[in-house]
Design a protein around this ligand. Structure first.
Ligand code: MTE
Ligand code: MO
Length: 301
């Protein structure tokens, strides 16, 4: 008999009620060869290494129907999914620049061939307090960075979202410094928790969630997880970030989830799970403290 001893960070299966329904459905579909994307179904294994304490899986319709994606709508969340039809995600290129072995533009499909995907259930927390627990498909950002061979003086990784004003109606709002830009310190980017996601709920990533590829750094507020990545740059200095550039007093570079540090407009003591908006206490580093606290001196929020 095969008994797998759960690691301390795993969500006990019994806590995740909708999740077990999801996995059962998925196993059935997989067994029947009916998962929509054969490559995902065939190659994806579930990695429970970073599962987190008791939190029920968010229903798929909520996670794909309540989105922050300002390029499509800076004012609405339920609206975003209805504004993405014109957005084209194939073919897709990623321009790699800065301090690495070979700055060049890659075709996403060529990169993906070298990066096996896995599935991970992560908590996700927006600074506005709404939160969710979702299964991402993707690969560790570290695997991509290793392929790109940054130079020793590369201390940060900068990300830019694609700029497609004709396909992204929210970009008409001239008061934002488009395109969306973000960054991580190299050790954060190389941390095994940090993912590049290409899928959600066993399906290709929906456009409103950042197709075809986005960053997921689950111990940070959501804006540190930029969507639809078109450029990656290796830099020696801390890169500027979109929200810090807009309102520096409210948004720092690190933006690690910290219940005791209120945002000027949102107490961070609690979070609200979509879609019920049920309140739960905010967890230090969004529940990932034991994995990530060692990277910080406690001041990086
Ligand atoms: N390009 C881009 N990336 C973005 C955003 C955005 O507006 N534009 N919003 C961020 C914020 S504030 C959050 S909370 C998450 C939301 O991700 P989700 O819609 O997949 O839940 O995306 C982040 N990434
Ligand atoms: Mo957010």
């Amino acid at each position: 008999m095969l008994i797998r001893v759960p690691k301390g960070w795993e969500i006990p299966e019994r806590e995740a009620t909708p999740e077990s329904a999801y996995w059962n459905r998925r196993q059935l579909l997989q067994a029947a060869g009916l998962l929509t994307v054969p490559s995902l179904a065939a190659q994806t294994k579930k990695n429970a290494e970073f599962d987190v304490p008791a939190a029920p899986l968010t229903p798929e319709w909520a996670a794909t129907g309540y989105n922050n994606y300002y390029e499509f709508d800076p004012y609405g969340k339920e609206t975003v999914k209805n504004l993405v039809d014109k957005f084209t995600i194939s073919p897709w290129q990623i321009q790699v620049s800065g301090l690495c072995k070979e700055p060049k533009t890659y075709d996403l499909n060529d990169l993906l061939k070298k990066l096996p995907v896995e599935e991970r259930v992560y908590r996700f927390r927006c600074v506005e307090r709404w939160a969710m627990v979702v299964p991402w498909t993707g690969f560790p950002l570290a695997s991509l960075i290793k392929l790109l061979e940054p130079k020793p003086n590369a201390k940060y990784v900068r990300f830019l979202t694609v700029s497609r004003p004709a396909e992204m109606p929210g970009m008409k709002q001239a008061n934002y410094p488009w395109p969306f830009f973000e960054g991580l310190r190299m050790d954060e980017a190389m941390h095994p928790l940090t993912m590049m996601a290409t899928g959600l709920y066993g399906k290709p990533l929906p456009k409103q969630n950042g197709a075809p590829i986005r960053v997921v750094a689950p111990w940070k507020y959501g804006y540190k997880s930029p969507k639809s990545i078109a450029k990656i740059e290796f830099t020696s200095g801390e890169p500027p970030t979109f929200w810090n550039r807009l309102i520096a007093s409210e948004y720092g570079f690190y933006s690690n989830v910290e219940p005791k540090k209120p945002h000027p407009r949102w107490s961070q003591a609690y979070e609200q799970m979509i879609p019920t908006m049920e309140r739960r206490p905010t967890l230090q580093y969004n529940g990932y403290e034991k994995f990530v606290a060692g990277m910080y001196n406690g001041k990086e929020f």
